[in-house]
Design a binder for this molecule. Structure first.
Ligand code: URA
Length: 210
């Protein structure tokens, strides 16, 4: 498992994730914790963005200084829970573009069904981070990444908060070339496709819809 997914086990992330898992955590608190965790995860996920040297002037002298190279980063949340990770990533990369992909899980088959897709122009020159808090069966994430690959971006990464081993295996089988990042890999999926022990339905907990 370890070689398929990068688990970012910083103590602040682990502590905040525990608070998110607790049944008693309110919607407002859950939402702010997700933003805090996303900021910490985002720091690691963006670690390898390519840099080039640029000549700049400080108030004292000229220097060669590193600068992100290429077109703006693209964050693609899988609707709707993925939205909960976007603001923090935009704090880290304020000029990033945001694409959206809408997929819902058919409750019978657990297969993803696409209902919305919008991404920026000139994707071939961009690095993309596809985000969804929960990597459960991996079907939605694998489908979302397959659709984004059709635009030939320079690179793609997948970021989630929590993963199930089944989802990690499935995603890795379909996209062995796409690095995955998470805060934790839990024990298993239940028969309804929920991550155990997990944190429940991330969308419902974010938006208070249950
Ligand atoms: N989606 C969720 O929000 N939670 C799960 O446990 C699985 C999928």
């Amino acid at each position: 498992m370890d070689d398929k997914i990068t688990v970012i086990n910083h103590p602040l992330i682990q502590h905040k994730l525990t608070l998110m898992r607790r049944r008693q955590t309110s919607t407002a608190k859950f939402r702010s914790l997700m933003s805090e965790v996303a900021l910490l995860l985002g720091y690691e996920v963006t670690r390898e963005l390519p840099l080039e040297m640029q000549t700049i002037e400080t108030p004292l002298t000229e220097m060669e200084a590193p600068h992100l190279v290429g077109k703006k980063l693209v964050i693609v949340p899988i609707l709707r829970a993925g939205i909960g990770l976007v603001d923090s990533l935009l704090h880290l990369a304020p000029s990033a573009r945001v694409g959206h992909i809408g997929l819902y899980r058919d409750p019978e088959t657990l297969e993803p069904v696409e209902y919305y897709l919008k991404v920026p122009e000139k994707m071939h020159d961009r690095d993309v981070i596809v985000v969804d808090p929960m990597l459960a069966t991996g079907n939605s994430a694998a489908e979302a990444v397959a659709r984004i690959k059709e635009f030939n971006p320079r690179s793609i990464k997948f970021l989630c908060l929590l993963a199930a081993p089944e989802g990690v295996d499935h995603f890795n089988d379909v996209h062995p070339d796409v690095p995955m990042y998470t805060a934790a890999v839990d024990e298993k999926l239940n028969e309804k496709g929920y991550i155990i022990p997990g944190l429940g339905d991330a969308g419902d907990r974010l938006y208070g819809t249950k």
